[in-house]
Design a protein around this ligand. Structure first.
Ligand code: GLN
Length: 218
């Protein structure tokens, strides 16, 4: 079966797997090079990008992502994952450097400046999508071949090339499945319309989502 992998180096993995499962998409943890067989897509979750950068090298995963990407693997980086995929990081050297965007780390301030909001992203969903920003970066520029999916104030929050999706927020930490559905389609898969309930938090639903609520320190 065709599968989407979730890079399992630092955490935030179960939430992505849960969203995929609810859409009827096969998901698997990816920890070492052997785990890449049969993958059509890879989600690189958030976390701390400097730490993830080191772990990618220690586990010998960086070259494998690069090689599999050249073979057609689709990639989605959320937050720190987007930082790892960027060709330019303000003031730092790039890691994977696979998508022509420039990104600025911790651009909203400290962890306490994390926040949630909602936005309409017509390419991705017909309804407003809840967004969770946790010590997020800002995409400050996109290059040729990269389309902006969501621009807010002075920054870009979501963008894509033909093979890579980047979001500076965390769709896996909301009840909304729109971005996981969008990525599954990008990978050539067919997500279900009749989604199964979350195994992680069955109380999640769109009505319980509070707009502009402050996120507790994590
Ligand atoms: N602040 C983190 C970094 O720069 C990213 C945070 C996240 O992934 N939520 O690596």
């Amino acid at each position: 079966m065709e599968t989407i992998g979730v890079l399992d180096l630092q955490g935030d993995v179960l939430e992505h797997l849960d969203h995929l499962e609810r859409l009827g998409i096969s998901g698997v943890r990816v920890k070492e090079p052997a785990d890449f067989s049969r993958l059509v897509g890879l989600i690189i979750p958030g976390g701390e990008s400097t730490c993830l950068f080191r772990l990618l090298n220690i586990f010998g995963i960086k070259e494998v992502i690069d090689r599999e990407f050249q073979r057609g693997l689709k990639l989605w980086g959320t937050c720190a994952g987007a930082i790892l995929l960027a060709k330019n990081i303000v003031g730092e050297s790039p890691c994977l450097g696979l998508i022509d965007i420039e990104i600025q780390r911790n651009a909203f301030g400290s962890q306490l400046d994390s926040f949630t909001c909602e936005a309409l992203i017509p390419h991705v969903a017909q309804q407003p999508v809840p967004l969770t920003f946790i010590r997020a970066p800002k995409i400050v520029r996109v290059g040729e071949g990269v389309d902006v999916l969501l621009r807010q104030d002075d920054y870009i929050a979501a963008a894509e090339s033909s093979d890579i999706l980047v979001t500076v927020f965390h769709p896996e930490l909301t009840p909304c499945l729109s971005f996981h559905r969008y990525f599954a389609l990008k990978c050539g898969l067919k997500p279900h319309d009749d989604v199964v309930p979350s195994l992680i938090d069955p109380t999640w639903d769109s009505r319980s989502w509070t707009k502009h609520s402050q996120i507790a320190q994590v």
